[in-house]
Design a protein around this ligand. Structure first.
Ligand code: MLT
Length: 330
């Protein structure tokens, strides 16, 4: 081997070593050819919940665009922060992603003083997937017939009623914390590994009420297996035209809409992020994907809101918003 080709090979090896040494585990060539194998999408809550359902609907289409399977891995615990911390430590090669949301990538920051990640420092924003209005839901045989009766009942029986949620910092936890602070009540919180299992408990009448994302509630409301008092958005949702807004129901202060989005570990190469963002945008333009998301009451982001920059701005604003209103979990 001539000195020139040896120098070239050493130079190449040094370059790769340098890249790896910088914590970037992907060479430019690998980034350009991405993906060459299946991708893991971590969902920080139990299967069947809103984040899982949104992730599965969108990634099924993304997999077709990318030409590789996207395998959903449900990792539960601590309001979604266990999974999110794990995703933050994953290789930044584009093969481990997470579908996070307003809880894992915003509200968790003020609630967990020793949080093992920061949404802005440890993640690359990939794409916003769906806005998810919050509803006040109750078990079918709960006595209050409407929101006004619900408010009166909860205030009169604060110590006796219980509210299901998906762990401290989850959307269902934070949304009902907001509601409970408006009503000045302190119900017993009943945690689950996601609002999929929590919804099963609500349908079974094992818990009294819950604040949950619309995509988890529409099937049960339409089946008549739970009560929906109101939706916490200024307008009614086309998927639930008969459910009044909290304003119509006399609770205008309770406004809450969550969101779900894809994130990659910090340092994931830009060409990979661009491919993922384009595949997500294409999925959100697909008629079949849109139909399924809209049937479940999702708010599909406009193209301008689908860019990584728009998601970065959303996360920044949401972290600031929730840090101003939430205190560390006791
Ligand atoms: C879920 O998918 O179970 C929910 O996103 C949990 C939550 O944040 O309430």
């Amino acid at each position: 081997m001539s000195w020139c080709s040896r120098a070239r090979s050493i130079g190449w090896l040094a370059a790769v070593a340098g890249i790896v040494g910088l914590g970037v585990s992907t060479t430019p060539a690998a980034a350009q050819n991405y993906p060459t194998r299946s991708i893991t999408m971590i969902v920080p809550f139990a299967a069947g919940g809103p984040t899982d359902v949104i992730a599965r609907i969108v990634t099924a289409h993304m997999a077709q665009t990318l030409g590789q399977s996207i395998i959903i891995e449900n990792v539960v615990g601590a309001g979604g922060t266990t999974a999110t911390a794990r995703a933050a430590r994953a290789a930044n090669d584009g093969y481990t992603l997470i579908t996070g949301h307003m809880g894992t990538h915003a509200a968790a920051v003020p609630l967990y003083p020793k949080l093992a990640y920061h949404p802005e420092r440890d993640f690359e924003p990939v794409a916003l997937l769906a806005g998810t209005p919050i509803l006040i839901l109750a078990r079918k045989d709960f006595a209050p017939k409407d929101t006004k009766e619900f408010v009166d009942y909860i205030k009169a029986n604060s110590e006796k009623v219980n509210a299901a949620h998906a762990g401290v910092g989850s959307v269902s936890h934070v949304s009902c914390e907001l509601l409970n602070s408006i009503l000045d009540v302190k119900p017993v919180g009943v945690p689950f590994n996601g609002t999929g299992p929590a919804m099963n408990a609500l349908v079974a009448g094992q818990v009294d009420y819950m604040c949950d994302q619309i995509v988890n509630a529409v099937p049960q409301i339409n089946a008549g297996t739970i009560k929906a008092y109101a939706i916490a958005t200024p307008e009614r949702n086309p998927a639930l035209p008969n459910v009044p807004t909290t304003t119509e129901a006399g609770l205008p202060k309770f406004q809450a809409q969550a969101w779900n989005a894809i994130f990659a570990p910090k340092g994931t190469p830009a060409p990979i992020l661009a491919k993922l963002n384009a595949a997500a945008a294409k999925a959100l333009d697909d008629e079949g994907v849109r139909k399924r998301l809209l049937e479940l009451g999702s708010v599909i982001p406009a193209p301008a809101d689908r860019t990584p920059e728009a998601l970065a701005a959303l996360v920044k604003g949401e972290v600031a918003k929730w840090s101003a209103v939430l205190k560390p979990a006791s």
